[in-house]
Design a protein around this ligand. Sequence first.
Ligand code: PDD
Length: 284
Amino acid sequence: MPELAYVNGTIMPIEQAMVPIEDRGYQFGDGVYEFVASYQGRWFMLDAHLDRLERSMRELAFDTIPRSEIKVAIRDLSERSGYPRAGIYIQISRGVAPRNHAITPDIPPQIIMTIRPVKEIPEEMRNNGATAITVHDTRWGRCDTKTVQLLANSLAKQNALDSDCDDAIFVSDQGIVREGTSSNLFIVTGDQLTTHPLTNSILPGITRKVVLDLCKTANLDVKESFFKTEALYGADEVFLTGTVTEVLPLVCVDQKPIGNGKVGPVSRRIYTLLHKKAMAGELE
Ligand code: PDD
């Protein structure tokens, strides 16, 4: 089955897809994106992802694109590729114009998408948990918009891999724990779950919101408030949330074991709740 790309209305094999060098996404990182995944052919929280995409575009004053155009493209890519468990990157750049920091008016946004089978979290990591380092958050001030400017995230991830860990967690100058390089983060302390509140410093994760709702239905006590690295190191459990990541326990951070260093019951329970509902198509 082919891995496909969509470029402004045309579908083609990924290797054939090109963007012009004067695309502002390439020149300035002037683009936004979303990543959506399917379970058994059904897209997880698609409208929530498209709401966030439209919000990112609005916040950066992009011209609008009808949602129907994106949905038709997603449907066509899914049908043509036929993957039951697929991931689609939707990337929209402000447009193509001769290089100039000032934004050329009236240039149409460029839409590209790619579809591939999801690269799952390895079973061993799901069962035994993952490890992370903390890194200083050097990202810009609008991490609530999902822009293609991912250099800090990419360097932090590589830094983690070079340290024989699986991921990195961004921490502010004041020691406030923000999020992972492509995921949000929760801690569990006693009966209390805590995650960073929605501010400009983190991405409003779709999985984060689903997990908050699942916790509430399961009568788990969850709050959105700031916490520091001491609370992270001292937590009983820590987990990351994200598309594909789903709910991934961290059992060691900065070489310190979290809790007893094993995957804990709360993380396991929330993962199972989320995964079952997603597979049943209850989270579309
Ligand atoms: N990233 N925080 C950051 C910085 C992210 O990049 C992501 C997602 C999340 C989790 O958001 P969601 O639950 O909506 O997937 C949090 C995607 C998966 C990516 O960059 O590929």
